[in-house]
Design a protein around this ligand. Structure first.
Ligand code: PGA
Length: 250
């Protein structure tokens, strides 16, 4: 059975005071998480250790970095290595978010390097893919997303790719309040799984595929009920404790 994953992406938001109160709320809330359904919190780097500490009482609450660099260590001022992440007990990293691709020029090939080093250190990549609006309007989104997967992931072995979490995030739905319909999400998730299955066979059924883009408590139940939607990557709504608790429990 493939795992359900509900991931929070705080992006570049929240002061220390706000981070403390959000983490306290999540640590105290009755959350429907277990070995088949985990919640992952991608917090800004300065709060990684704080988040680890605050959520340590529940093994099904995990902490993720929002990015990492492709090298093990060295003279790369301002970057964070997986070696550093591993040394503070971080087991997940978000890679290839559309904001990283767009504002920081991250290419599919560069992301392949980050995927490799993450897996080498036993850190699970939450690998983001998704099309911009003009691609959706041209109805070429399936091929666009397939190319992202092929160029960043398809050099991996079946065993390696079975350790990855994929997040489909249509760029036109991120932070816009305009979520993809449940049918649009399911259709793309099915397409992603078919692309994975064509290359890797049955392993495709083990890989969680999350949906991201304006997920709210009010939309989560129906969305997560789609057969190939295995959870969500949630931005804005993950910064509101009650809202994100409802999404985890959806
Ligand atoms: P959003 O962000 O939920 O605010 O649309 C999702 C994301 O970018 O991960």
């Amino acid at each position: 059975m493939r795992k359900k994953v509900i991931a929070a992406n705080w992006k570049m938001n929240g002061t220390l005071e706000q981070a403390n109160s959000l983490l306290d709320a999540f640590a105290a809330a009755p959350l429907n998480v277990n070995e088949n359904k985990i919640a992952v919190f991608a917090v800004p780097a300065p709060y990684l250790m704080l988040a680890k500490e605050k959520l340590s009482g529940n093994p099904y609450l995990q902490v993720a970095a929002q990015n990492c660099y492709s090298k093990k260590s060295g003279a790369y001022t301002g970057e964070i290595s997986v070696e550093i992440l591993k040394s503070i007990g971080i087991n997940y990293v978000v890679l290839g978010h559309s904001e990283r691709r767009e504002y920081f020029g991250e290419s599919n090939a560069f992301l392949a390097e980050k995927v490799n080093i993450s897996l080498e250190y036993g850190i699970t990549p939450i690998f983001c893919c998704g099309e911009p609006l003009e691609i959706r309007e041209a109805e070429t989104q399936n091929a666009f997303v397939a190319k992202q997967l092929e160029e960043s992931l398809f050099h991996l072995s079946a065993e390696e790719i079975s350790k990855i979490i994929i997040a489909y995030e249509p760029i036109w739905a991120i932070g816009t309040g305009k979520t993809a319909s449940n049918e649009q999400a399911q259709e793309m998730h099915l397409s992603i799984r078919a692309v994975l299955a064509a290359k890797y066979g049955d392993v495709a059924n083990e890989i969680p595929i999350l949906y991201g883009g304006s997920v709210k408590a009010s939309s989560a139940v129906a969305l997560f009920a789609e057969p190939d939607v295995d959870g969500g990557l949630v931005g804005g709504a993950s910064l509101v404790a009650d809202e994100f608790i409802k999404i985890i429990n959806a």
